[in-house]
Write a protein that binds this ligand. Sequence first.
Ligand code: PEP
Length: 256
Amino acid sequence: MRKKVVAGNWKMNMNLDEGLSLAKGIVNSLKSMEMENDLDVVLIPPFIHLNELNGLLKDSRLALGAQNVHKETSGAFTGEVSASMVKSVGVDYCLVGHSERRVYQQESDDELIAKVNQLLKEDIQAIFCVGESLEERESGKEKEVIADQLAVLFDLDESDFSNLIIAYEPVWAIGTGKTASSDQAQEMHAHIRAEISNKYGSSIADEIRILYGGSCKPDNAAELFSKKDVDGGLIGGASLDADSFVEIIKAASWSF
Ligand code: PEP
C-alpha cells in the first residue's frame, strides 16, 4: 500500500509572518484531527520561511519541502541556493521541473536531472513534475509528452529512481480553476506507472507515488484521490488557506 502525500506549494506568496501563521494554523488543526490513515503532509514555502518553519514543525506531523535548488553543489552562483543548504534547515522534499520554472526559467532536461542528482546526494526526495500544455492535449499528444518528460529520469539506477515522487500536473489545470477529471487523472497516472514499469519493472512502478496537481480543491480532492493510481496531491492555491488545505488532507486520509 503506497502512503499518500499532500504537499502545499506556496509559490511566491506569503511574507514571513503570514507564512508562520498559516503553518501554525495547519499544525493546530492537524493536532486535533482524527486521521483514518497515515499520510505524508509537506509544506513547500519560499526559501525565506524554511529555517523558522523547521523549528515550528518539529514534533508536528508536517514535513518541509523546498521549491527549487541549484544544479551545482556550491560556488559563485549569486542568488542561488544549494541542496545541502536546504538540507541544513530540515528540508526532506524538493520540487523539480515545475511547469512554471520550465517556462519562466527555461529549465532544460539536463538541468532538471542535475538537480535530481544533487537532491539524491543530500537524501532529499525530489517531487518531479510533468505535465502537458492545453495545445498538446488538444492535439492528442499528451501521453507522448509525458513519456518524454519522464524519460529524462531513466538514466537513474533503480535505487535512485525509487526515491522519487512524480507529480502529474497538466499545465492547463494549474492555477486556472480547471481541474482534470478524476478519469483523466487516473488515465494519465496509469500511463506514467506503465512507462515506469516498462523501464524499471512492476515492483518499482507499484511503489512509486504519483501525485495529481492542478486546481485541486476541497470539493474535488476526495474524488481525485479515490482513483487507484492517484497517491495524493500537489496543491497550489488551496494550500494558502489553512482550512482548505486541511480539508484536502482529510480527503487524502479518508480515501484509501
Ligand atoms: C501547482 O502549481 O503546483 C498547483 C497545483 O497549483 P494550483 O493548485 O493553484 O493549480
